[in-house]
Design a protein around this ligand. Structure first.
Ligand code: HAM
Length: 427
């Protein structure tokens, strides 16, 4: 009986693994370059952790289980609640600001589709303990720094930025009561994914006054922050949120990444815990789902029983990113690259090849040899397939204490005395 992989999961054979490593190594390098330290959490947590503040959508998508002690658990669908739990646990001991990153493997029982699977990897960067927009700017900058480093330009991707604070102020100013905001956010977040008529119908169900509904739609379509006051009205709270966005844009300009960014009030974010600046990165063509998303969540630590400490961060999955990089011809893979392949000119040198390979490895070089006695041509082929930079061919010269070393790039071959060679490697 053949058993297939579970729907929405992936097998990573070496070529796929090489791509995954290319993506993840870049995430880690960008995090360290921007001053983030790595952390991790368990892959399962108490189910109730996600029921507190992640939002209904995430809860519906949980893979949950009951352990033998009858405890309700869930596989992590995101790491932000675990981060809040971990920080709360050591809140007095941790030096602030906390700038942490992680690359968790996550599971969500979503309907598998292009760019959305049931198991994926997600880069997370978060800054905790800074209530100034400088932290939001740092998170956005680090995100762009990674994407730019891959070769994606502002013609390929845009960071669409808005603010939950602004949205809530505008909605309240329009006349929407506070208690209706959360359910309205869920609908507004889906606007781009719904046909216009469906959105209008769902909006009318939540906001029966057509003038109010019209103003909400006008706001969602605004392209410039400067148009907000004139088009949908303002009060002190709206003013404050606009000022905060202006400060963010100023900082992003100073960081030389403003060209990647645009204001887009239709960015709401699906998760329930966001409180301030929110953003998503999208492909400019608009064919793919969001590449990443994040924002400020100033109440999550408190909701998890800790102190009121502000936080902001971002999560980027590997799936949409991989599709986009493939489309743009920017996907590279970290395949096997050996320093040396040890080949035998004749089968009688097989044991010597074993000894030499082991000696190379013990000296810190990466090396391999053929397990089977085959012709030199086949061994050279294996050397190329293994990405070997050099091939050491053991033949007659070996008896005279010499190694024939072939550069696989240039094809040039040289003879080197074995002990001189190892002296060089050891140094
Ligand atoms: P999220 O919007 O749920 O936010 O996910 C962020 C990113 O994770 C998405 O933009 C996408 O790249 C990836 N992602 C989400 N679901 C899937 C899926 N089913 N398959 C593949 N990729 C997926 C969060 O998770 C927040 N916790 C991010 C955050 C960190 N906010 C603040 N700090």
């Amino acid at each position: 009986m053949k058993i297939p992989p579970v729907k929405g999961t992936r097998d990573f054979y070496p070529p796929e693994m090489a791509i995954r490593n290319f993506i993840i190594d870049g995430w880690k390098a960008a995090s360290l370059r921007n001053g983030f330290e790595e952390y991790d959490s368990p892959i399962f947590e108490y189910l109730k952790m996600y029921q507190i503040k992640s939002g209904d959508e995430i809860v519906e998508q949980l893979f949950n289980l009951t352990d033998r002690g009858g405890r309700d658990l869930a596989i992590r669908p995101e790491i932000t609640p675990s981060l809040a739990r971990m920080v709360n646990q050591q809140i007095n001991a941790l030096p602030r600001p906390i700038k942490w990153f992680s690359v968790p493997r996550l599971c969500r029982a979503e309907r598998p589709q292009k760019g959305r699977l049931r198991e994926f990897f997600q880069w997370n960067i978060d800054i905790i303990g800074v209530d100034d927009v400088i932290a939001d700017a740092e998170v956005i900058f680090t995100t762009i720094d990674y994407l730019r480093n891959l070769g994606l330009t502002d013609k390929d991707i845009k960071v669409k930025i808005s603010s939950r604070k602004l949205l809530s102020a505008v909605l309240k100013n329009i006349g929407i009561p506070e208690k209706k905001l959360d359910s309205l956010y869920v609908l507004l977040d889906k606007k781009a994914k719904l046909p216009d008529e469906t959105f209008d119908k769902l909006l009318a169900e939540q906001v029966s006054d057509s003038e109010m509904a019209g103003k909400i739609k006008t706001f969602m379509g605004i392209k410039k922050v400067s148009q907000i006051k004139e088009k949908v009205g303002f009060d002190d709270r709206v003013d404050e949120a606009i000022d905060e966005l202006a400060m963010l844009v100023d900082l992003l300009g100073r960081m030389s990444v403003k060209n990647y960014c645009q204001f887009d009030p239709s960015i709401v974010r699906g998760l329930a815990y966001y409180t301030g600046i929110v953003f998503e990165v999208h492909d400019v063509v608009g064919e793919l789902r969001a590449i990443c998303g994040g924002g400020r969540y100033d109440n999550l630590l408190k909701d998890f029983g800790g102190p009121q400490i502000s936080a902001t961060g971002m999560g980027m999955g590997d799936c949409v990113l991989e599709i986009l990089l493939k489309e743009k011809g920017l996907l590279k893979s970290k395949q096997l690259k050996l320093d040396y392949f040890v080949a035998c000119a004749d089968n009688q040198y097989f044991e010597k090849a074993v000894e030499l390979t082991a000696r190379l490895r013990l000296a810190g070089a990466s090396a391999a040899f053929s397990y089977k006695a085959t012709g030199l041509g086949k061994q050279m082929k294996q050397a190329s397939a293994n990405g070997a930079k050099k091939c050491i061919i053991i033949g007659e010269e070996f008896e005279a204490g010499q190694l024939a070393i072939k550069d696989m790039g240039t094809g040039e071959q040289e003879l080197v005395a074995i002990e001189d060679f190892f002296e060089k490697i050891n140094n």
